[in-house]
Design a protein around this ligand. Structure first.
Ligand SMILES: Nc1ncnc2c1ncn2[C@@H]1O[C@H](COP(=O)(O)OP(=O)(O)OP(=O)(O)O)[C@@H](O)[C@H]1O
Ligand SMILES: [Mg+2]
Length: 384
């Protein structure tokens, strides 16, 4: 079927989309090349069918999402791409969508920022069962990324992202909160997460940091869009791209992100887990996205007796394979006042005390580990 790729109210391109298989068959016309999604065009800025098709595919729920097979069985659905078309590809993280050609739909009629939405799909994805009535497939969850079970929810007029935990210790929601406490004290701009207890399970909750006027553009898309020169490291390349877009002090952003990741031994800061915010109409780049998704950290899948908080081998992403190496990329610690973290161990202990899955011994090891890593950071920062 033919669609108009829309960026909010802007007609961007006319394409043929195979809704079920989820690929773009053909691009007929490009109306607004500057609005083509970042990362869909190749390094030279040229748009091709394959690039746009990959972008559409990445927009669907990843096949790796926990519990996806069971959720699809309940919904009687075969593919994430099929589900994506059911909400016209609309998202709560940017303003792109596919409007069926010839239809009179407008962004003002359908966007999830200004219109309430059913939580049927979200509840099923989160692991609940099917509602007794017909399931509404018009959901912003159809276009959400990431591995953990999650759903968008309406709460007091706000859009919030609710994420579960995984594995034996179900640590992710707590980790999100602990990372926030650390960033709050260090004055690092971040997405605020809180805990939600619901039907015996614990979730993290954060507000949407995107508005009807903005797009989240991930580092992955920015990096995909340009060819990395041989003489630049990936970190430096990312910083230069951001500077080129007129963003203010991306170097400080990277320094702060690598520092908090060092403290919490974050294992999963891949390039979809940070990014920048752009105005969806003027296309002006506005700032770095407040740091989000810090849950895969604090030894969440490591047995308590195997945790080695000071190990130089703790794995990291995205720029170096270990935190010991990655922290050396920080250009300046002048912004950092480590004494502001005095007492953080006790604060973290109190937060973790709420978890049914984390016993006292594990609590001690994790919170002691945070303290030890802050000490190590102080030593390394003195040397760097
Ligand atoms: N507060 C937010 N506002 C807008 N978009 C968000 C927000 N938080 C997350 N997102 C978007 O949703 C995606 C999934 O969220 P998140 O990264 O927190 O999930 P995850 O399952 O923990 O991911 P991963 O697979 O990296 O572990 C993010 O990559 C980002 O694009
Ligand atoms: Mg993520």
């Amino acid at each position: 079927m033919d669609y108009i790729l829309m960026h909010k109210r802007k007609k961007t391109a006319r394409v043929s989309l195979d809704e079920t298989e989820g690929y773009i068959r053909e691009i007929y016309d490009v109306y607004a090349p500057e609005h083509i999604p970042v990362g869909a065009a190749g390094p030279e800025g040229t748009l091709d069918r394959a690039g746009l098709s990959r972008w559409w595919h990445r927009r669907a729920i990843p096949a790796s999402r926990a519990g996806l097979r069971e959720a699809f069985a309940i919904m009687d659905i075969d593919s994430p791409e099929y589900l994506l078309e059911k909400c016209w590809g609309l998202s709560l993280s940017d303003q792109y969508w596919m409007c069926p050609e010839g239809s009179s739909l407008t962004w003002d009629d359908v966007n999830f920022f200004e219109h309430d939405f059913s939580e049927d799909v979200g509840n099923i994805l989160l692991g609940g069962t099917s509602p007794s009535r017909n399931i509404s497939l018009m959901s912003p969850d159809n276009s959400s990324d990431g591995w953990l079970r999650k759903k968008w929810s309406l709460s007091g007029g706000k859009r919030v992202l609710i994420k579960g935990g995984s594995g034996v210790y179900r640590q992710e929601p707590y980790n999100e909160v602990l990372a926030c406490r650390i960033m709050e004290r260090l004055g690092i701009p971040h997405t605020a997460y809180s805990l939600l207890q619901q039907e015996g399970a614990v979730y993290s909750v954060c507000e949407d940091f995107i508005t009807p006027d903005t797009d989240l553009i991930t580092a992955a898309d920015l990096l995909r869009n340009e060819k990395q020169p041989n003489h630049l490291s990936e970190a430096e390349f990312f910083i230069r791209i951001c500077e080129g877009l007129g963003l203010e002090n991306p170097r400080l952003f990277v320094d702060q992100m690598l520092t908090v990741d060092f403290i919490i031994a974050n294992e999963d800061r891949h390039t979809n887990n940070f990014g920048v915010i752009r105005n969806a109409e003027s296309l002006e780049y506005m700032g770095m996205a407040p740091i989000y998704d810090n849950g895969t950290s604090l030894w969440l899948n490591t047995r308590t007796d195997k945790i080695r908080p000071l190990s130089p081998k703790l794995p990291s992403k995205p720029f170096k394979p270990t935190h010991h190496e990655q922290i050396k990329l920080v250009s300046s610690f002048e912004w950092m006042e480590l004494e502001r973290l005095d007492g953080i161990e006790e604060e973290c202990t109190a937060v973790l005390a709420g978890s049914e899955y984390i016993d006292e011994e594990r609590r001690k090891v994790i919170c002691g580990g945070i303290r030890e890593r802050i000490g190590l950071l102080g030593e390394l920062a003195g040397e760097i």
